[in-house]
Structure formats: C-alpha cells, structure tokens
Design a protein around this ligand. Structure first.
Ligand code: NAP
Length: 202
C-alpha cells in the first residue's frame, strides 16, 4: 500500500483491511513515500515523522507491515521502481499495489507507467459512488495489455476521511479524535506537526 500518509488515518487502515479481505491478501505492507514525486509544491511532513506515524498506526494489526524502501532510496519515490523491488524479492508472489483512485487516474503521467502493471495488480480505493473515469481502459493506456495484471476498484466508506482535512483541522486547532489512531494523534501533538507554520518543504 503506497501513500504519502501525511498523516495516516483510519481511512487508510480500513482500506488496507478491506483490500486484504476482498483480494485474500496474506499481508499488507505500508510504504510511506520518501519524496512524493508529484508534491514538490505542497507542504509534506518530514519522511521520518510520516514513517513513525505509520508504524504506530499499523502496530496492532498482525497482518500489517511497514517498509522504508522509498524513504531509504535517493530521489523521487517512483512506484515503478518500488514494484520492481518487491517483484524481484519474490517473483512467485502475486503482488497488488493499493492506493487512492484519485492518484491512480493520473498513472499515465507517472514515471515509467508501462512498468507498473508488469509487476503488480492495482487496487484503486475510493469512496462509494466515485465514478472511476476510464477504469477499464486504464490497463491498456499504460501498456498492461498482456492481461496478467488488472486495475481493480475498491469502494471504502471510511475514505470520507482525508489527510488534507485532518491537516486543515489541525491548522485551525480543531479535534482529530476518532479520525486517526490515538497513538498518531499523540505523536502529532507531541511533535507539533501540521500546526500553523510547523511544516517543512520536502
Ligand atoms: P495523493 O495524490 O496525495 O492522493 C490522491 C488521493 O488518494 C487522495 O484522496 C488520498 O487521500 C488518496 N490516497 C492516497 N494514498 C491512499 C491509500 N494508501 N489508501 C487510500 N487512499 C489513498 O496520493 P499520494 O498519497 O501522494 O500518492 C499515492 C501513491 O501513488 C504513493 O505511493 C505515491 O508514491 C504514488 N505515486 C507515484 C507517482 C510516480 O511514480 N511518479 C506519482 C504519483 C503518486 P489522503 O490524502 O487522505 O491520503
């Protein structure tokens, strides 16, 4: 599961569990982006904070793991390189890459998009009722025509929660209780993340 996780919230966690059920996954590996390739103009908390918040959030679930592969890699966190890394670790595994549908609709503009479906299926998570534009055509568009790997849509009601709304609430001094795990809320408060003037550019 890829994401900037800025910060991680219950929408991400429910998505991961729903994907695990729907696609009978053995485990879900959370991969916080080191340098999100498309976010050079936006404020993103430092990678070590996003990694630690993700670590705290997934700790109670034995089926969830975390990888720092994108944080350790220099340069932009290209998904094609990450998927190649996991595929190479074990090509006999049926890999799935889970992320938000709004991100996946932009996939044709990602780095090396033709490589993505070579290594994994895609699971595009969205709110219920989200009309996924060109879902069926997407695999063809990015050169996944061999048919082995597909693009799937997964509707998740909890995705009404969003990181941008949480950051906005924190900037305005509003509560984020019940939107993120308590440990994440405590970490954000302790580190003074996302308060007005507290963010850094990556
Ligand atoms: P984003 O563009 O900030 O997010 C788009 C939408 O997807 C937002 O509504 C976001 O909600 C949601 N979303 C993101 N991750 C999610 C997840 N794991 N589960 C459910 N919803 C999710 O997306 P991003 O987080 O920066 O990037 C998503 C993934 O795509 C990352 O792994 C990133 O590295 C990859 N990506 C790769 C390239 C490339 O290779 N060139 C380019 C763009 C993105 P929240 O804001 O609430 O998370």
């Amino acid at each position: 599961m890829g994401g900037t996780f800025n910060p991680i919230h219950y929408g991400h966690l429910v998505t991961a569990e729903a994907a695990r059920d729907a696609f009978q996954l053995d485990r879900v590996i959370f991969i916080p982006a080191g340098q999100p390739p498309h976010k050079t103009e936006k404020y993103v908390a430092a990678a070590n904070h996003r990694y630690l918040m993700t670590f705290l959030a997934i700790a109670p679930n034995v089926h969830f793991e975390i990888s720092q592969v994108e944080i350790d890699r220099n340069g932009p966190s290209y998904t094609s390189e990450t998927l190649k890394y996991f595929y190479t670790l074990d090509p006999t595994v049926e890999w799935y890459f889970i992320t938000g549908a709004d991100a996946i609709v932009e996939i044709a503009s990602w780095h090396s998009p033709d490589n993505i479906l070579r290594y994994a299926h895609l699971i595009a998570a969205s709110r219920p009722g989200y009309a996924f534009p060109r879902l069926k055509a997407l695999a063809q568009e990015i050169g996944g025509g061999e048919g082995r790997h597909q693009v799937h849509q997964l509707e998740v009601p909890a995705l009404a929660i969003s990181s941008s709304d949480i950051r906005e609430r924190l900037r305005n001094g509003l509560s984020i209780k019940y939107l993120v795990p308590e440990a994440v809320e405590q970490y954000i408060n302790k580190q003074h993340l996302y308060a007005e003037g507290a963010m850094q550019r990556t």
